[in-house]
Design a protein around this ligand. Structure first.
Ligand code: NAD
Length: 355
């Protein structure tokens, strides 16, 4: 297949592209605007592949996207480009409305125009795969409740509301125009190359610097964690074998309270990189845990029923939370250069210099 991936310089997009180039023969065009979250250094291992191309572009720039589609001639578009950080959506929702809703609309229209002029056989084979989140479902209150593909949408934050809107647009483009779409809604991802503003990398890096480890509210919020490479494998299954018009929920069966995630990271660091900072005499990393004012509208619990993708597409996560978290902590310890270059902004400055 020839696959155009939007947002391929981000956390999940880069894992997907590494997976596609390492484990398939597919050709990939990575179309990414390179916002603060886009980091081409996450793709260094595959950047020289003859099957990989990069184009810096905004999904809302219809002219450039149309030209890219016409030239690359994809068999599938996998749409991951988004503003993705809930806290940023609370501080400044405009960028979320622009990229996640207006941008998705523009991309759907550019894709529809491209798809409409394909010959009948390629038209049938073409797929538009929209990558979304379990946060569109709001939160769960019953201990045993799980999000299924038919759970009603009830988003809580500007981020999840904008993703919910984009999901509706994608479904409407299938119902109204016949565009062959697929959707997948996934739980929280973690793993290598995760931007250090997100919980797991933030805690690892703050701990190594002897800084406070911030936990929102009482830390009892439950998230269902999926190792990012398991997500990449699921996305490949969905785009290659999924049934047009269907939605697949993807999750790791790894429900964890936020406070327990932070404690597990502390325990791994105590084992793999014991404290050497000024306060080291006071005890292990757990002592750095600091409770901070809860996020407004903070959802209490998310948990995914992933039985459909398991049953129909034969996908299962390979990592448990314990094995995935250990790999993740090790990766951060071995790749502190990547982290420091994100933290000090040099990944962006050098990129601008190169353009
Ligand atoms: P990310 O923030 O790490 O990456 C987003 C990428 O999109 C960046 O490379 C950025 O430069 C690019 N981008 C942003 N606006 C763009 C625009 N207008 N045009 C082109 N490119 C643009 O995000 P992520 O964590 O990799 O998430 C990828 C997708 O998966 C998102 O759609 C997100 O909603 C969804 N998702 C994320 C998670 C998670 O836990 N991270 C879970 C489920 C679903």
């Amino acid at each position: 297949m020839r696959i155009m991936v939007t947002g391929g310089a981000g956390f999940i997009g880069s894992a997907l592209i590494r997976h596609l180039l390492d484990h398939t023969d597919h050709q990939v065009l990575n179309l990414d605007k390179l916002t603060y979250a886009g980091n081409l250094e996450s793709l260094l291992s595959v950047a020289d592949s003859p099957r990989y191309q990069f184009l810096q572009a905004d999904i809302a720039d219809s002219e450039t996207v149309a030209a890219a589609l016409a030239q690359f001639q994809p068999d599938a578009v996998m749409h991951l480009a988004a503003e993705s950080h809930v806290d940023r959506s609370i501080d400044g929702p405009a960028a979320f409305i622009q990229t996640n809703i207006v941008g998705t609309y523009a991309l759907l229209e550019s894709t529809r125009a491209y798809w409409a002029q394909l010959d009948e056989q390629r038209k049938q084979r073409f797929r538009f795969h929209h990558i979304s989140t379990d946060e569109v479902y709001g939160d769960l209150h019953g201990v045993d409740d799980l999000f299924t593909e038919t759970t009603p949408y009830a988003p809580s934050s500007p981020y999840s509301a904008s993703k919910a809107a984009s999901d509706h647009l994608v479904r409407a483009w299938q119902r109204t125009y016949g565009l062959p779409v697929l959707l997948s809604n996934c739980s929280n991802n973690y793993g290598p190359f995760h931007f250090p503003e997100k919980l797991i990398p933030l805690v690892i890096l703050n701990a190594l610097d002897g800084k406070p480890l911030p936990v929102y509210g009482n830390g009892q919020q439950v998230r269902d964690w999926l190792y990012v490479e398991d997500h990449a494998r699921a996305l490949l299954k969905v785009v290659s074998e999924g049934v047009v018009g269907e939605t697949y929920n993807i999750g790791g069966h790894n429900e964890q309270k936020n406070i327990d995630v932070v404690r597990s990271i502390c325990a791994l660091l105590d084992e793999l990189a014991p404290r050497r900072d000024a306060g080291a005499g006071a005890g292990g990393y757990e002592i750095l845990i600091t409770y901070v004012k809860d996020r407004p509208g903070h959802d209490l619990r998310y948990a995914i029923d992933a039985s459909k993708v398991e049953r129909e597409l034969g996908w299962k996560p390979q990592e448990t939370f314990a094995s995935g978290l250990r790999k993740t902590v090790r990766w951060y310890l071995d790749n502190l250069d990547w982290c420091r270059r994100v933290q000090d902004g040099s990944y962006q400055r050098e990129r601008l210099g190169a353009l």
